[in-house]
Design a protein around this ligand. Structure first.
Ligand SMILES: [Ca+2]
Ligand SMILES: [Ca+2]
Length: 119
């Protein structure tokens, strides 16, 4: 089971299915409560279903983890950090280079951040 607990507040989350690494198997992308995006690779074969349930946080080209929502806010004390930090995502080939791109925005906060082909 894939889980990323919020630790505080509710447990809303934003899973998204896409073959981001384009290996022919649909992976699980998970926008967590603190604004990060996790990649859970689908390693299934014809005989068994297998996902990387631990996953890893996707990073920007700079090497920093993708992070949307209020930066440097304490979600246990700052109301706006609690309300808008969830990462909502989708994928597309925005720049038409043949590779899937990831578009990430903080919930209810408009389109402020995006990462193109982070992997
Ligand atoms: Ca895949
Ligand atoms: Ca692309």
């Amino acid at each position: 089971m894939i889980t990323h607990r919020s630790g505080v507040g509710d447990e809303w989350f934003w899973p998204f299915l896409d073959d981001l690494d384009q290996d022919g198997r649909v992976d699980v992308l998970f926008g967590d409560w603190s604004g990060h995006v996790w990649f859970h690779k689908n390693d299934s074969t014809a005989k068994s279903k297998q996902f990387d349930v631990d996953g890893f946080r996707l990073k920007l080209a700079s090497g920093s983890p993708i992070k949307v929502g209020p930066i440097n806010k304490d979600p246990t004390r700052d109301f706006d950090a609690l309300q808008v930090a969830r990462a909502v995502l989708t994928t597309s080939d925005c720049d038409r280079d043949g590779q899937r791109d990831l578009i990430v925005v903080p919930y209810q906060n408009g389109c402020r951040n995006k990462a193109i082909n982070p992997g």
